[in-house]
Design a protein around this ligand. Structure first.
Ligand SMILES: O=c1ccn([C@@H]2O[C@H](COP(=O)(O)OP(=O)(O)O[C@H]3O[C@H](CO)[C@H](O)[C@H](O)[C@H]3O)[C@@H](O)[C@H]2O)c(=O)[nH]1
Length: 142
């Protein structure tokens, strides 16, 4: 998403799409993208659990939406949210990249009472709101 955002604001000419021959619905790699507000809520839920349980020890929870989105689906969603065309360049796979990674979220839902609320459309809408108002992030334009 940070790279799609940079293309949308004009800082990069195009998005390099790493891999278009994966065994996925459109050939691009699949990841579980999560809204930062959901991620923050998930951490709060974990801290609550920590303070409400005795001798909890160390437990790992996945914080994700539980569904995968391909790079090309993310490009399309960001184009829709921003109204900008995102030019792409199809590139070879990056060494070591996984085909598809998405979370199993049942444990977090059951034990933390936490579940992601937002989907890709909201993520892109909110990211575009930030990016269009702050194209250089926290930096001033070089
Ligand atoms: O310019 C880009 C940048 C990324 N991608 C693709 O977008 C997806 C997400 O890429 P990221 O690099 O954002 O994230 P990854 O899930 O591949 O990797 C991240 O999560 C991993 C664990 O799952 C490791 O922690 C790793 O160091 C960290 O970068 C991948 O399919 C990648 O190939 C592009 O096509 N173009």
């Amino acid at each position: 998403m940070p790279y799609i955002q940079q293309v949308a604001v004009g800082r990069l000419p195009e998005l390099n799409v790493y891999g278009h021959d994966y065994p996925t619905k459109d050939g691009s790699a699949v990841r579980d993208y999560i809204h930062v507000m959901d991620l923050a809520d998930g951490h709060i839920a974990a801290v609550r659990k920590l303070f409400s349980s005795e001798n909890i020890g160390c437990i790992a929870y996945n914080l994700g939406t539980g569904s995968g989105t391909s790079v090309l689906e993310m490009v399309a969603a960001f184009e829709k949210a921003s109204g900008k065309k995102i030019p792409i360049k199809l590139c070879p796979r990056r060494p070591g990249d996984a085909t598809a990674v998405y979370a199993s979220t049942e444990k977090a839902q059951k034990e933390l009472g936490w579940k992601a609320k937002y989907g890709i459309a909201e993520m892109c809408k909110d990211q575009w709101k930030w990016a269009s108002n702050n194209p250089w992030g926290y930096q001033s334009k070089p």
